[in-house]
Design a protein around this ligand. Sequence first.
Ligand SMILES: Cc1ncc(COP(=O)(O)O)c(C=O)c1O
Length: 451
Amino acid sequence: MTKEQVGIEELIEKKIADAYKEKFPVSRQHHEKLINYIPGGATRSLSYFKPYPIHIDYGQGAWVFTHEGHKLLDVTNAYGAIVHGHGDPDIVKAVQEGIARGSQYSTPTDGQYKLAKLLCERIPGFDRVRFVNSGTEATLFALRTARAYTGKDKILKMSGGFHGTHDCVAASTKKNVITAGIPKGMTEDMLEVPFNDFEAFEKAVKENSDELAAVIMEPFLGAGGVVLPKPGYLEHARKVTAKNNVLLIFDEIFSYRVNTGGCQKLYGVTPDLTTVGKVVGGGLPIGVFGGKKEIMNIFCHEKTSKPLYHSGTFNGYETVMQAGYAALSKYDEAKVAYINSLGDQLQNGLLKSFENNGLNIQSNQIGSLLNMHFVNEPVTTAEQVLESEEQLHTLMHLSLLNKGIFTIPRGLFILSTAMTKDEIDLLTGKIDETLKELLPLIEEKYNHLLL
Ligand SMILES: Cc1ncc(COP(=O)(O)O)c(C=O)c1O
């Protein structure tokens, strides 16, 4: 590295970090109080970033407000759980009216009926569903269901696929994910193939079919970088699993929002089991797993002498059911088309900005989800996502906060229906400004990203 490089790098890093510290001093005070009680000052790994995370006071529509009083455009939307923005009046009304009548009972409820019916009517892979409290629990039970139903133990997943944090799926190829504490036995029945590799998929399924209960996959890698399936990949997965007597599970916890029936409806590929979460709880904690009637009836108390056991104090929590029903009722075809058009607008704006700035970098988008990658070729694998230049992501994230835009550090943007074209223009403009700010560093240190 030359002296000049260090100069530019240090200058840009310092300028951005100083501006951040100057803009968010109260967040720093809150962080310093919190670290006395929560290690590192964050109760989920992802919400921490250096030098310290912002602390949000409240949210309203497309915006969040920090304790400093800064108004930031929220493009994280609770990692995808919020789709109608903060404090959506219909969801608030459903929660307030619901909770006033009691929040949870020890019986089946009307809220469970309404949300289960809506989900089964919309999502092709759902004949029957069961409710849990997080996406992690939903994939855990989808795997248990598949293993119990088939009597087989092995599960195949995609490298770069994210299915939550329970032991057998937490081990991941992602950078920085430490999986100490997971006993070897939990993962010895887990197989992994690269996403979008047709041959590796077929080979792994064929060779292990006697022991393989299921394949679990996201229709596109979500948290793993919005990596879309190559044409025919999902169809291939369906065909190969069916032929080899292996169940196919689509984890649509992140991807559901792209269509009223999830990606499975969009791509016309119906799995045996499906998990959803995030938006289907209207911003409250939820997970749902379900699938074909003949499989899900393994839980049926009426028709099975020994139904598979599945309990949970908060399963089907009535207030969550009401919030989810309110959120999904207004997340209809028209709303999905609207939010997806905002995603298209963002994608078009960014592609123009990359070109105008002479940059050969990538933006992967589907509907209201978009991930930028500092990589100089189209990103179709999880391995390429790991190659994206981390320093540029870190600087872009802080710099956008300085400009009033709250994003996910690794370049993931999640939109809400509370946004309009104006917010997308604002967002595109601020990303463009940030790229211009980083350009001297890119020219010096990352010139493989130049056109
Ligand atoms: C595809 C997918 N599966 C599972 C999960 C885990 O969900 P939760 O964070 O609600 O446990 C996530 C969360 O980001 C996800 O994106």
